[in-house]
Design a protein around this ligand. Structure first.
Ligand code: HH2
Length: 276
């Protein structure tokens, strides 16, 4: 079954219940504030809210399981009746508990949780990462980044679909063990990944939002843009990804992305009349 049968592209809103995530770290550590932000993203048009309790930014400290559960479970539970929830975790027991609390998609940066998703009968994201968050940005190396990343995520998708997982997304893992050149090559070749994924019955998810390589786009000889100043680059790369076959983008700025995606989809998608 296709991950996204004949549907418009989806927007996944990022909700990090962490002190140290690279953009929203510390903003939603309080359960009530996290739930309010999840509701706000749903109202802004997010199709899913991706709840995470452990940062995967380069060099992030691993979080102990009890603490990760304490962060994410009440938020998943509160939001699950109101909006579709995915859980961003690499821990099998966190995935199981989040699904029991209402999450229906396991967003797994480790690539290892497909047996858990298969046993639970929920969706799974097969994301590519070279190394671990602790070491992935030290010196990422590929012979052919596009062939290697596509090959790895498509093999994972084949495996997951054969295991009966009902919904499989492949994600090139922008920024996960990749230089800026690697990220740009993967974006440039996204349409090929989307076509190959569709042949299998999977779809593509892409997350560029606010990531550091965006700070250097078009800025040769200048200071890179800080994380708070990467909205335009985030919107441009999200709409690029959607125009080149991505079925879902993972973003922090839901309202702006929903608007940009609708406008980039063309005049037929406009909801407001265009002034003459
Ligand atoms: N990026 C991040 C986390 N999870 N999952 C998928 N499938 N794809 C991604 O590109 C991806 C992801 C990193 O972003 P964020 O969650 O905002 O930061 P942090 O890891 O610091 O919490």
């Amino acid at each position: 079954m296709a991950a996204q049968p004949d549907r418009r592209p989806l927007v996944m809103g990022v909700l990090n219940v962490t002190p140290d995530s690279f953009f929203d770290g510390g903003c939603y550590l309080d359960t009530a504030e996290a739930v309010a932000r999840g509701r706000q993203m749903a109202a802004e048009g997010a199709d899913l809210v991706d709840v995470g309790g452990e940062s995967s930014r380069p060099g992030a400290d691993p979080v102990d399981q009890a603490e990760e559960l304490r962060r994410v479970l009440p938020v998943v539970e509160a939001l699950a009746g109101e909006v579709r929830v995915s859980v961003d975790t690499a821990k099998p027991d966190v995935a199981r508990a989040a699904v029991a609390a209402g999450a229906t998609l396991v967003n797994d940066i480790s690539g290892a949780l497909w047996p858990v998703a298969a046993a639970l009968g929920v969706g799974w994201v097969a994301m590519h990462m070279q190394g671990t968050p602790q070491d992935m940005q030290r010196d990422p190396q590929y012979g052919d980044v596009v062939a290697e990343v596509h090959g790895a995520v498509l093999a994972a998708a084949r495996n997951a679909l054969a295991a009966g997982i009902p919904e499989v997304w492949v994600d090139p893992g922008i920024g996960f063990g990749k230089t800026a050149a690697h990220n740009l090559a993967l974006l440039a070749h996204l349409a090929e990944l989307a076509a190959a994924a569709a042949d299998l019955g999977a779809a593509v998810l892409v997350g560029t939002s606010r990531k550091s390589f965006l700070g250097r786009l078009g800025r040769a000889g200048q200071e890179p843009r800080a994380v708070d100043d990467r909205l335009e680059e985030s919107l441009a790369t999200a709409t690029w990804a959607l125009a080149h076959g991505a079925g879902m983008v993972r973003v922090h700025d839901v309202a702006a992305t929903v608007t940009a995606a609708a406008l980039a989809a063309g005049p037929a998608a406009r909801t407001a009349p265009v002034a003459a």
